[in-house]
Ligand binder design. Structure first.
Ligand code: NAP
Length: 240
């Protein structure tokens, strides 16, 4: 059974990724930071479908916590095949209102968190596959957070360099989701949702499961000749 760590797997897109990968036969390290109850629900759901998983608390912005999680998972189950750097935060503030702490926290969780995961897990990966969950805002900028778009663009720079440095044994790719129906867009009013839906060529907001299937494709051998790529999962909202 191949071992995969999914960060931020207690809710939203990360939860859907953990479920999809468990269905495909991977053993999952379900990482969470604050939502233990939600992480336990994911664990229960995976076990109900006959899958294998464990929960691990670690704030991805802390290297010692990430290293500890990776070492515990490895100690129990052996080599790691896959990593999904999904944990993320989006502090919606204009540059004029954004504090230095808001900026630092966003970069620490979204960008440093992805780097820490790879750095800590690499000694335990012989061959495998890594997927970063970036965002369409890496390409087109964000009206509400300079830190978020900078962190998501940074993840793509990290991904591309890793794809070169870790080839041929480890492939590294990213997905760039558009607007996906999770807690991250919970602040949207009904009116804003409707406006957004009108802007999306496929006419609706995406589901976490739709991102999860793209991540699973990039993690699996199905994508054996793909590395250094970013797959848009955005209903056509931003076509590059
Ligand atoms: P979400 O529903 O808000 O879930 C965020 C997840 O990240 C939670 O599981 C949370 O865990 C975890 N997390 C946050 N801070 C963490 C930390 N410091 N350490 C470890 N885990 C942490 O968000 P989502 O929409 O599923 O987003 C998942 C990823 O997709 C993010 O990287 C986000 O930027 C990206 N994305 C989302 C959208 C969208 O429209 N939803 C679009 C593009 C990209 P706890 O609850 O346990 O803290």
């Amino acid at each position: 059974m191949k071992n995969v760590i999914v960060t931020g797997a207690s809710r939203g897109i990360g939860r859907a990724i953990a479920m999809e990968l468990a269905k495909r036969g991977y053993r999952i390290a379900i990482n969470y930071a604050r939502s233990k109850d939600r992480a336990l629900e994911v664990l229960k759901s995976i076990r109900e479908i006959g899958g294998e998983a464990e929960i691990y608390r670690a704030d991805v912005s802390s290297y010692p916590e990430v290293e500890n999680m990776v070492m515990e998972f490895h100690r129990k189950y052996g080599n790691i095949y896959g990593l999904v750097a999904n944990a993320g935060i989006y502090i919606r503030k204009n540059i004029r209102d954004m504090s230095i702490d808001d900026w630092n926290r966003t970069i620490e969780v979204n960008l440093n968190g992805a780097f820490y995961l790879v750095k800590a897990a690499l000694p335990y990966m012989e061959r495998g596959s890594i997927v970063f969950v970036s965002s369409q805002l890496a390409f087109k900028g964000s009206p509400s957070s300079v830190a978020y778009s900078a962190s998501k663009a940074g993840m793509l720079g990290l991904m591309r360099s890793l794809a070169i440095q870790l080839a041929p044994d480890i492939r590294v790719n990213a997905v760039a989701p558009g607007t996906i129906d999770t807690d991250m867009i919970a602040s949207y009013t009904l009116e804003r949702r409707k406006e957004r839906e009108k802007e999306i060529p496929l006419g609706r907001i995406g589901k976490p499961e739709e991102v999860a299937r793209a991540v699973a494709f990039l993690l699996d051998e199905d994508s054996s000749y793909i590395t250094g790529a970013t797959l848009d999962v955005n209903g056509g909202l931003y076509i590059r």
